[in-house]
Design a protein. Structure first.
Lengths: 357, 329
């Protein structure tokens, strides 16, 4: 197992290098001088020349790439053009919102998808089964952004059940964990802890629980519902399908017949005997879908004015703010790769029959 | 009928306790564990006329109600696309500013958009854009991906390694994000979006093609062909390609659905089709501000996208069941 993990991590290296080459290449492949793109249309020739000199843009391309890689590793991802803020700071502010939304979407997807799939498999060929399968096909065909717009129109605007956009109602105060508990650490380790605390404080639901703020908790949960449903629809449909087919396969096996023959209660047969074995493919799909959510978040966040990574990418592409786009693409790709790795490893971990050597 | 049972029926041997419902493929039991070894599959394939696989598949496909529904939906959109000038009641880009945001009426079945264009006409013309993007981007991906995959599988060694690691890197990005990154490099626009969407799905077809080549390369009949002096090129076209065509066809059909969805998303963000092109995604993007005051502006383009994508998903699913029962979900 350890050997397999090490092997997988080593295989990750070329992929990570490839990702960095692509994000590095993004800025070089854009038609035009990167210096002019960075400094804007009004920069004078001298300013551009000195910028080229300073950034080493006249060096050979491989030298530039190695320098870029070195900066990435040191955590210097450059500054955004439009805000003059460190890219890493911007990303750290935006990432928690996306994580929160993805978790919300995944909870919705599992809460509906798994039971629907189980019932569909159990009542194989019933109307419920047909309905679930057709529903799942419609679910993967819905454009996320359209569903989002419709949900916010119906439930936000028309029925006033839920807020149509944003993460918190204006006027609801939410303090960070360091603010509430008066934490102020200094020194190298202290500043790392402080930034971690600030990072998790941006997970509003988590923060409002830790800082005991029931108003903010309810409000942030309400804001989370519609975007989560919109983003969760595709994984929900896929999870329902895979649950159904996986369970159907298991239910046809001899040991299930044996369990039934010895008079075991149907619920026990289904929930303990069958589900235990049916779960493996479900977990795989779950992990893969989590990665896919990162892409769906780009559209969902735009619809719901959700201040996450996805919306950041769209905003900055339209503003031609390439350092931030590079950073955001890099982070999303890294998360995606990491999630896939976790799925693979958990697969080996969960199924003792699988032995990677 | 004296004709031997279909190839797929022979392979899919149901395990005990499973019922095999033939009538509605989507409700049939999943791919069972007990499958006949691959050698027999090859044997069957050789001993029968090559058309029988396709005849069987076609028979299964036409028995599949959901797949037929998919074909009907796609046919409707193709008719809309081909005969758009005849079917559309109005000019899709002509603005009647005095009547903007008018809800559906007798004259305008789907109402008018935020600058007073007839939404029904725009949706009919939009079928052209959507189908073109779907078909062209997937064709691009299939051609490039198949060549890369075939080369990787055939040549092997470091060439295989380099090509497939490159594909792994592309797969390290969520598809839509990579497409957005590519469009941000090339600049927004319909053609650039088409390239971007095609580009991101290359790895899928490269993998399929490589796997097919590897599966067939060592088979006895290819060895035999080599032994009698058949050229590599001929082996590729006559022996390997026909074996790869099934999974490519299934992935391609489902790929069109994804491509249409991604294209709509990119256009919605303003990175794809530019105004005043009647494209469903950009209709949604432009009409987004009117969602609370005139929801019909965003309702209909979204339904069009959904229905079109659903059509390809239904057909793709049906094709998978019909062509390769072992892959059935």
């Amino acid at each position: 197992m350890t050997r397999y993990i090490i092997q997988r991590l080593l295989l990750l290296l070329p992929v990570l290098l490839g990702i960095s080459i692509i994000t590095f290449g993004m800025l070089r492949l854009i038609p035009g001088d990167p210096a002019r793109i960075m400094l804007g249309e009004h920069a004078t020739a001298e300013v551009i020349a000195s910028y080229r000199e300073r950034m080493g843009l006249d060096d050979p391309i491989h030298v530039q790439y190695i320098r870029y890689l070195g900066r990435l590793v040191r955590g210097d991802w450059g500054r955004s053009i439009s805000r003059q803020e460190w890219v890493t700071v911007e990303l750290a502010q935006r990432l928690p919102a996306t994580i929160e939304l993805s978790i919300g979407a995944m909870l919705v997807a599992c809460a509906v998808g798994i039971p629907a799939g189980v019932i569909a498999a159990y009542r194989h060929n019933s109307m419920f089964d047909l309905g679930t399968m057709v529903g799942a096909l419609v679910g993967v065909s819905i454009p996320v952004f359209w569903l989002g717009l419709m949900l916010s129109y119906v439930f936000g605007f028309r029925l006033h059940w839920l807020p149509p956009s944003a993460r918190l109602t204006v006027g609801i105060e939410l303090q960070t964990i360091p603010e509430v508990y008066n934490i102020n650490l200094t020194g190298p380790l202290g500043s790392v802890i402080m930034s971690i605390l600030n990072f998790i404080s941006n997970l509003y639901v988590f923060d409002s629980i830790v800082t005991v703020n029931p108003d903010a908790l309810i409000d942030s949960l309400k804001h989370l519902v519609l975007p989560s449903v919109a983003l969760g629809t595709i994984p929900m449909s896929i999870i329902a399908r895979i649950t159904r087919s996986s369970l159907l396969e298991v239910l046809g096996m001899d040991y299930i017949r044996t369990a039934r023959a010895k008079g075991q209660h149907e619920r026990v047969v289904l929930m303990t005997h069958a589900m235990k074995n049916a779960f493996l493919p479900i977990i795989t799909v779950l992990g893969l879908q989590f990665g896919g959510l990162l892409a769906g978040a780009i559209l969902t966040e735009t619809i719901f004015s959700w201040p996450g990574m996805g919306r950041l990418v769209v905003e900055r592409i339209l503003a031609r703010d390439y350092p931030t786009v590079q950073g955001a693409v890099l982070v999303i790709a890294l998360l995606f790769v990491l999630l896939n790795l976790i799925v693979d490893l958990s697969y080996a971990f969960l199924d003792p029959r699988i032995r990677y050597g | 009928m004296d004709e031997p049972p279909g190839l797929a029926e022979q392979i899919a041997v149901p395990t005990a306790g499973q019922s095999t419902v033939v009538g509605d493929p989507d409700l049939r039991s999943p791919a069972p564990g007990g499958t006949v070894p691959r050698d027999r599959f090859m044997l069957e394939r050789q001993s029968k006329a090559p058309s029988s696989l396709w005849m069987d598949a076609w028979r299964r496909l036409t028995r599949d109600k959901l797949a037929i529904a998919g074909m009907v939906i796609i046919a409707l959109f193709i008719i809309a696309a081909v005969f758009a000038p005849l079917l559309a009641p109005y000019d899709p880009i002509e603005q009647t500013l005095l009547q903007r945001r008018q809800p559906p009426s007798r004259q305008h079945w789907m109402g008018l958009d935020e600058v007073g264009r007839d939404i029904l006409s725009r949706i009919i013309y939009g079928a052209r854009v959507s189908l073109q993007i779907g078909l062209l981007s997937v064709s691009l991906a299939i051609i490039v991906g198949s060549i890369l995959g075939a080369v990787a599988g055939f040549v092997g060694g470091w060439v295989d390694n380099v090509i497939m690691r490159l594909m792994d890197i592309l797969l390290a990005f969520p598809g839509l994000l990579l497409a957005i990154a590519v469009v941000s490099i090339l600049g927004p626009g319909l053609m650039n979006m088409l390239y971007a969407i095609g580009f991101v799905s290359i790895p899928v077809y490269a993998r399929i093609m490589r796997a097919s080549v590897l599966a067939v390369k060592e088979q006895d009949f290819v060895l035999a062909a080599r032994a009698v002096g058949v050229t590599t090129e001929r082996i590729l076209w006559r022996e390997i390609l026909p074996n790869a065509i099934t999974p490519v066809l299934v992935s391609g059909t489902l790929g069109i659905a994804t491509a249409i969805l991604d294209a709509a998303g990119l256009s919605f963000l303003g990175l794809g089709a530019q105004p005043p092109t009647p494209e469903w995604g950009s209709m949604l993007g432009e009409g987004r501000g009117s969602v609370f005051t005139a929801p019909h502006i965003v309702l209909f383009p979204g339904l069009a996208i959904m229905l079109n994508v659903l059509g390809f998903n239904l057909l793709g699913d049906g094709l998978r069941d019909a062509l390769d029962p072992r892959l059935r979900m």
